[in-house]
Design a protein around this ligand. Structure first.
Ligand SMILES: C[S@@+](CC[C@H](N)C(=O)[O-])C[C@H]1O[C@@H](n2cnc3c(N)ncnc32)[C@H](O)[C@@H]1O
Length: 363
């Protein structure tokens, strides 16, 4: 397809996703006001109490950031960082079919939120052996990260939460990773390159990595067996060699040291206690080769946007994100330095921040 046509198609596609996200939120908020159970103490429902006021300035800021990110996404594809087909990627048939399930799950989420019940798992969900910071209903989500149903609807929920910006935010790890790989390992045969995605979840970042690095050996690690199963399903439908998926902890990575040329980690850190965040960075440092790159993507932090800071404060309460308030105040660059990484770049796109760490060649 000619470039201008592809660009127009992409812009229309992104606009469509973001409009769908905004409309979905409007409808979900209306439904919640009508049907969510009130809190016993106050009589108000939980979002009325805890959601910050949505001002026009806030809406404009969010839209502006979304558009700016789409422009960068297009530029990266146009520059050949990854194929333009990635811009349209998504298991759309599945996402559409899952939309009713998102609605069906909502009343359970409201119920849990109104009672502040965040360790509420069905009997068939086995929580034994997992760290206690993990066995919670993040976002008051049914099954936390441990049920099959949660794994089925997670991608769509996140895409709706971010008004169609979740995949474009994930894609922003690709350019710094590729730059790091070609800078330090340009002479390594493409099929010898080893890349790990920590907390790979349902495999969306791995699928993007596969699009950018068709021959590399890709690896994914996550604590959730059901999310890994879902990732396996998604990745086995993609072209190229299947990434190797392993159940394990980011803070005790099941790999030998100096093994990977690059490591990525997307949307994990805001769900970890501070000391565990440090352990994950230490582990990324251990398993990456000297000269290798670690690209971290997670939420922007309080100092990054005063206008969005009320939203960040509200997010922690409304969505049950027990470590988010601490995360948004954390000095991530200092943590990278403590592990031994040199921070070569920090970027900001839409609602996310990116730290690019390099393991010094002599380390
Ligand atoms: C918000 S999701 C992000 C998933 C994925 N990276 C994405 O972009 O959608 C957080 C993921 O981190 C996983 N997780 C949480 N704590 C973990 C830990 N200590 N080690 C490995 N995975 C963890 C969860 O199972 C879940 O899949």
């Amino acid at each position: 397809m000619p470039n201008e046509l592809t660009k127009l198609a992409f812009q229309t596609f992104q606009q469509g996703k973001s409009t769908f996200g905004f409309v979905h939120k409007l409808l979900a908020n209306q439904a919640m006001k009508q049907f969510a159970p009130p809190r016993s103490e106050s009589g108000a429902n939980y979002r009325e109490e805890e959601t910050p006021k949505v001002t026009q300035a806030l809406i404009d800021e969010v839209r502006g950031r979304l558009d700016a990110m789409a422009a960068v996404d297009w530029q990266d594809a146009e520059a050949g960082v990854y194929p333009a087909s990635l811009l349209f990627d998504g298991a759309w048939d599945e996402l559409v079919m899952n939309y009713p399930r998102v609605w069906l799950d909502m009343p359970k989420t409201w119920e849990r939120a109104s009672k502040k019940a965040f360790r509420d798992f069905d009997a068939d969900v086995d929580t034994t052996g997992f760290p206690s910071y993990y066995t919670q209903n993040f976002h008051y989500q049914t099954g936390g990260y441990l049920s099959q149903e949660s794994a089925e609807i997670y991608d769509l929920q996140v895409e709706l939460l971010f008004n169609g910006g979740a995949d474009p935010m994930r894609r922003r790890v690709l350019a710094p990773l590729k730059a790091g790989l070609s800078g330090a390992f340009g002479d390594v045969e493409p099929k010898q390159v080893q890349v790990l995605d920590v907390a790979c979840g349902t495999g969306r970042t791995l699928k993007m990595l596969r699009g950018m690095l068709p021959q590399a050996s890709l690896h994914g690690v996550d604590l959730s067996p059901t999310y890994l199963r879902k990732a396996n399903q998604l990745l086995s439908r993609a072209a190229g060699m299947l990434p190797q998926l392993v159940q394990g902890q980011g803070e005790a990575l099941p790999y030998r040291e100096n093994y990977f040329h690059g490591v990525t980690c997307v949307f994990l850190f805001h769900e970890l206690p501070g000391p565990v965040r440090q352990q994950v960075i230490d582990e990324a440092f251990r398993v990456v080769r000297p000269g290798g790159t670690f690209v971290l993507c997670d939420s922007i932090q309080l100092d990054d946007s005063p206008l969005l800071s009320p939203m960040m404060e509200g997010f922690a309460r409304t969505f049950h994100e027990p470590f988010y308030r601490d995360y948004v105040r954390d000095d991530l660059a200092a943590r990278f330095a403590r592990a031994g990484f040199e921070v070569v770049e920090t970027q900001m796109h839409y609602m996310s921040k990116y730290l690019v760490g390099r393991k010094p060649v002599g380390a």
